[in-house]
Design a protein around this ligand. Structure first.
Ligand code: FPP
Length: 249
């Protein structure tokens, strides 16, 4: 039986987030420039998206570009931006065919104009799709996201719009880029690094974390299913003890 067939269809995570890591090291291993790794990584984006739509994951968030990534060599940054623009443009048709809705989180205003425009166009063109929502984290920093939320909440408090006791988990969540989107139940990071790297720090509070040594360009559908399979075989306790979770009375 394939790993996909072994999945419990009643326990598919609603939201899966991925740190796509290892493109550079993969390319180096093959004797290529880093950009070749990123370009090959696009195929893994397709694989994971296809896998997510097949098992009906509602939200798939991909960490495509962090605020720290601007510090990479200019050639790589420019190459990544070009790759984003061409990939988004090339994929619109396929996204529509597969009922995928595109969304983006991050400080999008600071992206190059061409990237912003293409992103806006693709988001609009896929807005009515009812299947999986693909969320690209672009120019994203979780600390920045949380800081902005704190500032907005502080302003509401200062103006008397809210009281201290109104500051709840839900209020904070509603001020994040991901407002209205459920927190990921599962976060995958490829390439063997075991870090969160400023990604969805608030939203990952209770997520199951899946770290795999596979470099992103080698990450295929089967690997995505394997991560879900492992997730389904873990016990999510949310701070409780096992007996409380399993007590059916
Ligand atoms: C991390 O690998 C990867 C990135 C910073 C970029 C990921 C981007 C893509 C896969 C292409 C974008 C595609 C779309 C449309 C979402 P790394 O460069 O940090 O690898 P390393 O750790 O081996 O150096």
């Amino acid at each position: 039986m394939s790993i996909k067939e072994q999945l419990d269809t009643n326990n598919i995570p609603e939201h899966v987030a991925i740190i796509m890591d290892g493109n550079g090291r993969w390319a180096k291993q093959q004797g290529h420039a880093r950009l070749f790794g990123h370009a090959t990584g696009v195929e893994s984006v397709r694989e994971s998206l296809k896998a997510a739509t097949e098992v009906k994951v509602k939200y798939l968030t991909l960490y495509a570009f962090s605020t720290e990534n601007w510090n990479r060599p200019k050639e790589e940054v420019d190459g990544l931006m070009d790759l984003l623009v061409t990939t988004i443009a090339n994929e619109i048709e396929s996204l529509n065919e597969n009922e995928v809705r595109l969304n983006a989180i991050g400080n999008l205003d600071e992206l190059p104009e061409k990237c912003r425009a293409e992103l806006k166009r693709a988001i609009e063109k896929t807005a009515n799709n009812k299947g999986t929502c693909l969320i690209l984290a672009l120019n994203y920093s979780s600390k920045h996201e949380i800081k902005s939320a704190i500032k907005k909440i502080a302003e509401s408090y200062k103006s008397g719009e809210i009281e201290l006791d109104d500051i709840s988990d839900d209020l904070v969540s509603s001020h994040l880029y991901t407002a209205g989107i459920p927190d990921p139940e599962l976060m995958i990071r490829t390439s063997g690094e075991v870090r969160i790297s400023n990604f969805l720090l608030w939203q990952l509070a209770y997520s199951e974390l899946h770290f795999t040594p596979i470099f992103w360009p080698d990450f295929k559908k089967e690997d995505f299913y394997k991560a879900i399979y492992e997730y389904q075989n873990r016990e999510r306790r949310f701070g409780l003890v096992s007996e409380q979770i399993n007590d059916t009375e």
